[in-house]
Design a protein around this ligand. Sequence first.
Ligand SMILES: Cc1cc2nc3c(=O)[nH]c(=O)nc-3n(C[C@H](O)[C@H](O)[C@H](O)COP(=O)(O)O)c2cc1C
Length: 255
Amino acid sequence: MNVFDAIRQRRSHRGEFQNRPIDVADLNQLIEAARWAPSPFNVQPWELLIIQETDGKSALADVTEHAIVAQFKDAKFLDDNSRWMRLTDSEWRKHGDGVLLAEHVTLPKPLQDSPEKLRPVLKNAKSLAFLGHLGAGKMPAKEIAAQVRSAPLLMLVTMNCKRYPPGEGATRWMWLSMGMAIQNVLLTATSLGIGVQFVSAPLERAEDRDKIRQLFNLPAFHEVITLLRIGYVDGDSADSVRLQQSEFVHFEKVE
Ligand SMILES: Cc1cc2nc3c(=O)[nH]c(=O)nc-3n(C[C@H](O)[C@H](O)[C@H](O)COP(=O)(O)O)c2cc1C
């Protein structure tokens, strides 16, 4: 697969994976992809924790579940998220950004055919926190936690803060390098028929990151960056949208 095909075909895989482990050779290629990412002064700040055993997956699934239940009680979190939630396919395409709500949570049956009915609720997402306190987050939390638990492989990506480059911009360059290593993994996965999903929920709150740090014996100088669910997919039919080039490309000067 050429690079541009991998770029265009890569999708966030939110569904089930094939029920088989990642081949050793394929895992090695994902690791090599991260290894060859660029970084300032070649500092190579990435660390990859590969989790394939039930215990580790279960522990991360539990942190994910608790985090999502807490997020549903958090008015600010709900409000901030609502800005990027799209209810219908046409709305999603028109905006060219954001995510389809129905791809992130299974909507109650009566809303599945007419998700636009949720618009007034989404406009006042803060008020949903009260439903969160009544337990509304439990179902999506269990659903997403189950996906974490059943993934053939989880990759916890951390940044080794002993590897800072010099200069005032060091923190930016560190994070940029992390993004490059992660994108290398995603594109290589695509070329191998492997799907990947970012799972951000367990990493949003400092207390959850600390919990993860303890669970996996991460030293204090490892900053937890992202968690990836990884597995083979049967061809990915998921769609996505993007802004038009004219919305973000500028020639010579920004108009
Ligand atoms: C830093 C980062 C965090 C993300 N977190 C999540 C997440 O928690 N759950 C999820 O399903 N997708 C997550 N995504 C995937 C985005 O939603 C996705 O990239 C975007 O909607 C475009 O869709 P595509 O990747 O299929 O093209 C994340 C992506 C990035 C880069």
